[in-house]
Design a protein around this ligand. Structure first.
Ligand code: FAD
Length: 461
């Protein structure tokens, strides 16, 4: 039977502090409501037991996305719409961006929050496998204080969580440990949209010297809670991925999961699909390592001049490319990446400037000096989101570029991958406030990031 609104009371205290105070006065009596996409379904079905609801929607304290050098913090009230398009999520946690884009429909993503998805504790929810794979932490708050717990310790059993009655999920914290990792995500459902998963999975991993150096796997809809497949990971870590290892991994997975028959699928199908997803991930991971090793091995064997010429477009500084060539052979992408940073920070200012000149102005296509063909292609891809469509943004970008060049005597440089045209004037404005020394270091840091991304592209990782 449908519920009647008159039977319910809903309050909107307007700040996080006031919500927590209210929940603390009478623990367990107030049900927090964020996007209400779950709560409204319960209400409509006449199954919403709680009669007193406290509104979290629109609390600015829960909607922030903060990024620093080590981590990305997503406020619990961030919607999947916000998360799926966020440049930092896309860049550092692609499996989470992918999961956000699978949740319900676009309309649903505009209301559904990440904390609601987690707290609702459905084993079939879409974001948990990615959060497990990325070793997310949760920041929980109440009127009595705050605590952080690993997300993997949050689900205690079917629909049972570590959340106290007067506590809220304030934020999801993700450590940026996974740049350059192979990432995989897959949802199987009845349709591509508006379908709860029959099985979903996220996996991240990294190969080194033909073996799995690191791997983390999360799976949904195969047990009473979302699962981190630690036993499977142990079996794969440090090993080459071949047919017998894949068979062993599938067997370990089979023992770790306990799928059920329900309205969406049957246990037998879920078992079979879970094994297929795991295999697809492992084969992709192995292939990512092979492609990378083939490029590195070939480059290691090239004559010095050819090798320097080939790697030059990743950075643009001759001295950088020559130094790396002299440090060969490299056996892994990580070794090359660490060496690249070390060489870069030890170069002189002239070498930095040489690299900066190999980039076109932001929003334009031609570099101040003749860049290599490969560099021009990469610049175009990197600036894909930045080529301004809007005449007003374009005009401001041109004006700010000129101001920047007049002030610092060089082209404005920013790692544009994943950034939009609309963000550029703001970034330019804030960088124009730097003094010359700070700005030079900032431009060098941006170039370092560009180089790292290009090295991975070059290796095919
Ligand atoms: C049509 C439709 C399609 C859907 N498709 C999918 C799908 O494909 N994949 C998927 O994973 N989900 C899907 N969902 C489920 C739902 O949209 C998500 O679980 C959503 O993320 C819930 O967030 P919310 O903000 O709407 O939560 P609400 O409905 O507001 O709350 C859900 C639960 O979380 C609690 N809660 C909310 N915020 C907090 C907080 N900050 N701290 C502590 N507890 C909190 C509430 O008390 C409540 O128990 C779908 C739902 C609908 C209606």
């Amino acid at each position: 039977m449908r519920s009647h609104p008159a039977d319910y009371e809903m309050v909107s205290p307007g700040s996080l502090e006031a919500v927590l105070r209210l929940m603390n006065e009478d623990p367990g009596r107030w049900l927090p409501v964020a996007g209400a996409t779950e709560v409204m379904v319960m209400f409509s079905a006449g199954k919403l037991g709680a009669r007193r609801l406290v509104n979290l929607w629109g609390l600015s304290e829960l909607r922030e996305i903060r990024e620093d050098a080590e981590s990305l913090t997503l406020g619990g009230g961030c919607t999947f719409g916000q998360i799926r398009g966020n440049p930092a999520v896309l860049r550092h946690f692609p499996s989470l961006a992918q999961a956000a884009s699978w949740t319900g429909s676009i309309a649903n993503q505009n209301r559904a929050t990440i904390a609601g998805n987690i707290a609702n504790a459905s084993p079939a929810a879409d974001s948990p496998p990615a959060l497990l794979a990325y070793d997310a932490e949760l920041e929980l708050v109440s009127a009595r204080g705050r605590r952080c717990i690993p997300y993997r310790d949050f689900h205690l059993g079917y629909k049972r969580t570590a959340l106290d009655q007067a506590e809220l999920i304030r934020a999801v914290i993700l450590k940026k440990h996974f740049d350059g990792y192979f990432s995989y995500g897959r949802k199987t459902g009845a349709r591509n949209a508006q379908a709860i998963s029959k099985v979903c999975m996220a996996g991240v991993g990294r190969m080194r010297g033909g073996k799995v150096d690191d791997v983390r796997i999360g799976m949904g809809a195969v047990a009473p809670t979302p699962l981190r497949l630690s036993g499977v990971e142990v079996l794969i870590r440090g090993e080459a991925v071949d047919d017998s290892r894949i068979r062993a991994a599938r067997k370990a997975l089979d023992a770790a999961i306990a799928p059920i028959d329900d309205i969406r699928s049957v246990a037998e199908y879920r078992r079979f699909v879970a094994g297929n997803l795991l295999e697809e991930f492992l084969r992709g991971l192995a292939a990512s390592g092979e492609a990378l090793l083939v490029v590195l091995a070939r480059w290691n064997a090239l004559p010095e001049m050819e090798a320097a010429e080939e790697i030059l477009p990743c950075c643009g500084s001759q001295r950088w490319s020559q130094a790396l060539v002299r440090m060969r052979p490299f056996v892994s992408a990580e070794e090359l990446s660490v060496a690249s940073d070390r060489v870069w920070w030890n170069l002189g200012h002239d070498d930095w400037e040489e690299a900066f000149r190999s980039h076109p102005r932001i929003g334009e296509r031609k570099a101040p000096t003749a860049a290599t063909k490969q560099s021009a292609v990469w610049s175009r891809q990197e600036q894909d989101g930045v080529y301004a469509q809007d005449a007003q943004i374009l005009a401001e970008m041109v004006r700010r570029n000129e101001e920047y060049e007049a002030r610092f005597g060089r082209v404005f440089l920013v790692c544009a991958t994943g950034k939009s045209a609309a963000e550029m004037p703001g970034i330019l404005r804030s960088r124009l406030g730097n003094d010359a020394e700070v700005e030079l270091r900032e431009a060098a840091e941006q170039q370092r990031q560009i180089t790292q991304l290009r090295l991975r592209k070059w290796l095919g990782a």
